[in-house]
Design a protein around this ligand. Structure first.
Ligand code: C2G
Length: 132
């Protein structure tokens, strides 16, 4: 069984997220998603609208996702790859090169980001609509 892992906040889930999860799953048979805890989001200077528990529940309902674990810090990836016997690590190419240190443990694949959508864009557009 070829196991894939990817990481992210996945807040206000949108089609760009689904696109990467779909393509990540196509690279193997089993996809684990490590979603950022609320505490780790603070380290990333991100404030998620949905709590970790609710983002976890949403991710677990996606057909491409087989398992959801917590991302608590920047340092856990090597341990995760070993512990979960990961074959492929996937991230959007906004992270191109940032996780090449994992090549010692598994394949590292950066997939093109989906253009035209982001959680930040959703928040900005909603602000505009509501403020006239
Ligand atoms: N993504 C994408 N296209 C978009 C938006 C996001 O392909 N239009 C991808 C990102 O490249 C990332 C994943 O969706 O691979 C999750 O995006 P975020 O929730 O913004 O995650 P991020 O804050 O980048 O966290 O340790 C890694 C970090 O936790 C990644």
């Amino acid at each position: 069984m070829r196991k894939v892992i990817t990481y992210g906040t996945f807040d206000l889930l949108h089609w760009g997220h689904i696109n990467i999860l779909k393509r990540a799953k196509e690279l193997g048979d089993y996809l684990i998603v490590a979603i950022s805890s609320d505490e780790f989001n603070e380290l990333k200077n991100k404030k998620a609208y949905h709590s970790f528990e609710n983002r976890k529940m949403i991710l677990e309902s996606i057909r491409y996702v087989d398992e959801v674990i917590a991302e608590e810090n920047w340092e856990q990836k090597i341990e995760d790859v070993k512990k979960h016997d990961i074959d492929v690590f996937v991230m959007g190419d906004d992270w191109e090169g940032k996780f090449d240190f994992l090549k010692e443990y598994c394949d590292v694949v950066y997939l093109p980001r989906t253009v035209g959508i982001s959680t930040t864009k959703i928040k900005k557009d909603l602000l505009k609509v509501n403020n006239g």
